[in-house]
Design a protein around this ligand. Structure first.
Ligand SMILES: [Zn+2]
Length: 345
């Protein structure tokens, strides 16, 4: 089932060659850019005239950012294009919550296939436009989020043995997402913002199953998130333990994203970079959120800290998570440019 016998995709080889030459750039946040559009419930649901979205639900859709792939495709493509032109080599699909498990909150389970297939196609279109301008190769990363349920922990303090979701539930939901991402042309599968390693293991297993069906192995990027100051994931692992839990997947990159910003991420990234015998990837938030949940750290600040990651030889791929913008990505690309990529032992 591990599918290592399968031929690797063409993009896999290209990415590996590029990653040995230089530090690669991943894009930044979708949420901040989408907020800036000031969209209404009508805009999200796409009930207006001329809407192409054939999926409907009785739930309010405002806040269902993934649905904008189907209801506001031009706006989403434009955000991807801005990130590509800001210097991103790898751009993520807007599919963080595009599983039946996460879309259940919006009654939009039926849209999951279209969200992922179309989500990958939209990124590909944006990247092809950018490449037509400057000739640089770019790659579509199919974003696979953690879902809003955890397989390792009980959400009920009175019933510690209870689980809101099982490994097999996750494996099937992720499998549906990953197959559709591949169908839409994803070059990479990026399992991100992992707070529960068991959820990630289900996503990895689903990748292997999908690759076996597809007959080709795609590069997998795996990114955990350290949610507290003690330096552990929500399911209680140190960065070293996290690496040993996912290394069987032979990921293209392992790394960290989101959470506490670059300064707090640095020691955990250093620990991971010291143990992982694969490329590393770091894309922190733009600092810590303020009292209103907004991120105040400017492009130069974030870029200086990520520049330090590069100077210290800790990274092979860098980008931004919550609160980052195309200006952050442009500044990050400038900041890392003088430094060679981390050498994989
Ligand atoms: Zn984030």
């Amino acid at each position: 089932m591990q599918s290592f016998h399968l031929p690797r995709s063409a993009a896999f080889g290209q990415l590996e060659t590029l990653a040995r030459e230089r530090i690669l750039i991943l894009d930044g946040a979708m949420g901040t850019q989408i907020q800036g559009l000031g969209l209404s419930e009508e805009d999200y649901a796409g009930h207006g005239a001329g809407c192409a979205c054939r999926h409907h639900s009785d739930h309010p859709q405002k806040g269902n950012n993934d649905l904008l792939i189907l209801t506001q495709p031009e706006a989403i493509e434009e955000i991807h294009f801005k990130y590509a032109m800001a210097g991103a080599d790898i751009v993520e699909t807007n599919t963080f919550s595009a599983t039946t498990i996460a879309q259940a909150d919006y009654g939009m389970e039926s849209a999951v296939h279209d969200l992922n297939a179309e989500g990958a196609r939209i990124v590909r279109r944006a990247l092809d436009r950018a490449t037509a301008i400057d000739g640089k190769p770019r790659f579509v990363a199919g974003a696979v989020g953690p879902t809003n349920r955890t397989a390792s922990l009980s959400p009920d303090v009175n019933n510690p043995g209870y689980r809101a979701v099982t490994f097999d539930d996750l494996r099937m939901a992720y499998g549906q997402q990953i197959r559709a991402l591949i169908e839409g042309g994803a070059d990479i599968i990026l399992v991100e913002t992992i707070f529960d390693t068991l959820n990630a293991k289900a996503a990895i297993f689903a990748c292997f199953e999908a690759f076996a069906e597809h007959g080709t192995r795609l590069p997998v990027m795996i990114s955990g998130t350290i949610t507290d100051a003690s330096g552990r994931t929500l399911s209680g692992q140190t960065p070293t333990a996290f690496w040993h839990s996912v290394r069987h997947a032979r990921p293209f990159t392992v790394g960290l994203n989101c959470a506490l910003g670059a300064a707090a991420m640095r020691p955990h990234l250093a620990e991971l970079a010291a143990v992982a015998d694969t490329f590393t990837c770091a894309y922190p938030n733009a600092g810590l959120p303020n009292a209103f949940g907004q991120y105040d750290e400017g492009p130069e600040d974030t870029a200086a800290q990520i520049g330090d990651f590069a100077r210290e030889g800790l990274v092979n791929v860098v980008g931004g998570c919550c609160g980052t913008t195309p200006d952050h990505i442009r500044a990050i690309a400038d900041a890392i440019a003088p430094f060679p990529p981390r050498v994989v032992k």
